[in-house]
Design a protein around this ligand. Structure first.
Ligand code: GSY
Length: 161
């Protein structure tokens, strides 16, 4: 089995429901088990800033799906949950990124591993630390990458939609 870390984000409609529905779909992937789910965080938008705040979390899974198979499955969940790609970095019902897949390093047309922007995004680093504090990205601990970012815009989410 491979250990994989996924990042999930949503900023449209019933955000918590989209996260929960996505997790239910991931649980159904063949030969795949969810190991741990991080806390949920409410986060200011990164990239295209004129949009609603996101809810973000990360999930660790054990899977026998190969990276491309897993990518395809994640895209199917996004389609199932009505994600539309209109604006780059724009609003979305659900986004599922493969962040880390074992210790694979690759730079493919459709998939780059580890995800190339993990270290730039507090909304990814903080939930990843919930899952595995000692994970390293490009030779550095997550908390060391995080120390260079503004984590103010990432708040643990407790409220209701
Ligand atoms: O890359 C994931 C989609 N996304 C997000 C996100 O999930 N959270 C926040 N805070 N900003 C984002 N910008 C993009 S694009």
């Amino acid at each position: 089995m491979s250990r994989v870390y996924l990042g999930l984000g949503t900023n449209v409609g019933d955000r918590l429901k989209y996260l929960n529905d996505a997790i239910k779909h991931i649980e159904q992937f063949e030969n795949t088990e969810i190991v741990k789910i991080s806390n949920v965080y409410e986060t200011r938008p990164w990239g295209y800033t004129n949009q609603n705040d996101f809810l973000n979390l990360c999930v660790s899974i054990e899977t026998n799906l190969k990276p491309q198979e897993l990518l395809q499955k994640c895209l199917e969940v996004e389609i199932n949950l009505k994600r539309e790609r209109i604006i780059r970095w724009g609003p979305r019902t659900i986004d599922i990124d493969i962040l880390v897949y074992d210790d694979i390093i690759c730079n493919g047309e459709k998939l780059t591993l580890p995800h190339p922007r993990i270290q730039e995004r507090a909304f990814v680093l903080i939930p990843l630390i919930d899952l595995k504090e000692d994970l390293t990205i490009k030779g550095r601990l997550l908390k060391d990458w995080l120390s260079e970012l503004d984590a103010e815009e990432v708040k643990e989410y407790i409220g209701n939609e």
